[in-house]
Design a protein around this ligand. Sequence first.
Ligand SMILES: [Zn+2]
Length: 254
Amino acid sequence: MRTKEQLRASQAAYCARHPDRVRATRAAYAARNRDKIRAKKSARRLENLEKARADDLRHRSKNPEKTRASQSKWRNANKEKVRARRAKYNAKNAHKARAYSKAYHWANREKALAYNKAYRAANVDKERIRKAAYRIANIKHVRARWAAYYATNPEAQIKARHLRRARVMNAITGNLKTIAAWEKSWKSKKFAVCYWCSVRVLSRKCHVDHIHPISKNGAHSIENLCISCALCNLRKSASTIDIWNNQIKQPVLL
Ligand SMILES: [Zn+2]
């Protein structure tokens, strides 16, 4: 009978003589018992979680390249998990996430704006629905913003009113770009001449007037627009051209 020590010594001698065989045997065992080994490892890790975490951290900080590569590989292989994890984190840290995305937006503003523009161009209908829903949900806020905008841009408000009136009356609406170009051309000069009374007035005090009132089926188009001094515009109001012609010195022939 060999003693325990003798047995151990002979095993050690065998291992030293046949390292390849030992390696092969171990690999075969590992392949056969993969789940068992994994369970054992994970149990051991749970038992010493603090230490395991510290070890991991040390390993990662020592091998940043390797860590980055392995993390990126894992992320690529587990896209769903990553997405779910991120969504969960964002939901839990909504404030932080918003601040982060804001900071990202400002750091990459050009890129973000170009992306948004391309998205809007590709999803016109979707955008229309989204905007309408936003307006309905935030009507007070939207109104306040428009009011603030119009307070500093009164001309824009007048233009918007014309357009709205034209829409409400179902008027024919001409090319808005042509109208804008026409307005810009005479407003850029200091003086303009009133179409009705022929008086030269500061152009910034002139109004855009509809020759045939929109409320009387006039169109909101370049052919039906004229420059009017404030006084004529107010006096004319929504009169038809026949009635209005009786009130001005030089009747306009149309
Ligand atoms: Zn006038």
